[in-house]
Design a protein. Structure first.
Length: 118
């Protein structure tokens, strides 16, 4: 089983991207899902968290520098967790990773690259 991220790319400052985290063999509604990011030469950081739940919902943005700009949400009908990123800045450039955890189940994706540059 694995989780797969998508939606990254090159965007100009001030632009938006929506990242998706899906899993073919997992029911993401059972999992707490987090988005993390890692910029070159830096440690991986927690960006946002959404708890398990049977209803589609919006989670919590953990990173102060993205509060008010990034939103984590889940759509259980699509078995997908999203990270909506608005007003992107060059310092948001990083590899973004999805992490799903429930009990002993612990799955990381391969990441999707986000580059914010003019």
């Amino acid at each position: 089983a694995q989780v797969v991220e998508s939606g990254g790319g090159l965007v100009q400052p001030g632009g938006s991207l929506r990242l998706s985290c899906t899993a073919a063999e997992l029911t993401l509604a059972w999992y707490s899902v987090t988005w993390h990011r890692q910029a070159p030469g830096k440690e991986r950081e927690l960006v946002a968290t959404i708890n398990s739940g049977y209803q589609s919902a919006v989670g919590v943005t953990d990173m102060d520098s993205v509060k008010g700009r990034f939103t984590i949400s889940r759509d259980n009908d699509k078995n997908t967790v999203f990270l909506q990123m608005n007003s992107l800045k060059p310092e948001d450039t990083a590899m973004y990773y999805c992490h799903a955890k429930w009990g002993v189940g612990d799955f990381w994706g391969q990441g999707t690259q986000v580059t914010v540059s003019s």
